[in-house]
Design a protein around this ligand. Structure first.
Ligand code: HEM
Length: 117
């Protein structure tokens, strides 16, 4: 349906780039991390743009749930970004991992199970 394919593609790519960035940080590859992190940020934007398209097209069907989906999607992206930037600085990330998993599962549930598309 209307750009859900594009939306899924963009967030799956973002998740893969996130994992690659984690590995690069762990292996101390600062240059590689920088490049992958930059591309990842581009995919955050693409995920938000494709999600926003879906949102404006379909939110009137169930504004509250769509609002939660939008917020949850943004929070998932926010947590990924927090984890990467805190890891780069050598700070703790435990809390952000827990939040990431909670928001990610919530968003997948809403996207695949609850919302109509
Ligand atoms: C990494 C973050 C995100 C993940 C993992 C995610 C995941 C998903 C999934 C699994 C679907 C269902 C697709 C389908 O059934 O075809 C979906 C749909 C959708 N997403 Fe996202 N999303 C994310 C970010 C966002 C953002 C940032 C926004 C808003 C700006 C957003 C708005 C939407 C909307 C409006 C839909 C359509 C819901 C429906 O009716 O099924 N998403 N997303």
């Amino acid at each position: 349906m209307y750009t859900t394919h594009a939306h899924i593609t963009t967030w799956v790519v973002a998740v893969i780039l996130f994992v690659i960035a984690l590995v690069l940080i762990k292996s101390g590859n600062a240059k590689g991390t920088k490049i992958v992190h930059m591309i990842l940020r581009l995919f955050y934007i693409l995920t938000i743009v494709t999600g926003a398209f879906l949102f404006f097209k379909f939110q009137s069907a169930n504004p509250a749930l769509y609002g939660i989906k939008l917020l949850g999607g943004l929070l998932v992206i926010g947590m990924m970004e927090m984890i990467l930037s805190r890891m780069k600085k050598g700070k703790g990330t435990g809390l952000f991992w827990i939040l990431l998993i909670i928001f990610f599962v919530g968003v997948l549930y809403l996207g695949f199970v609850k919302l109509p598309l």
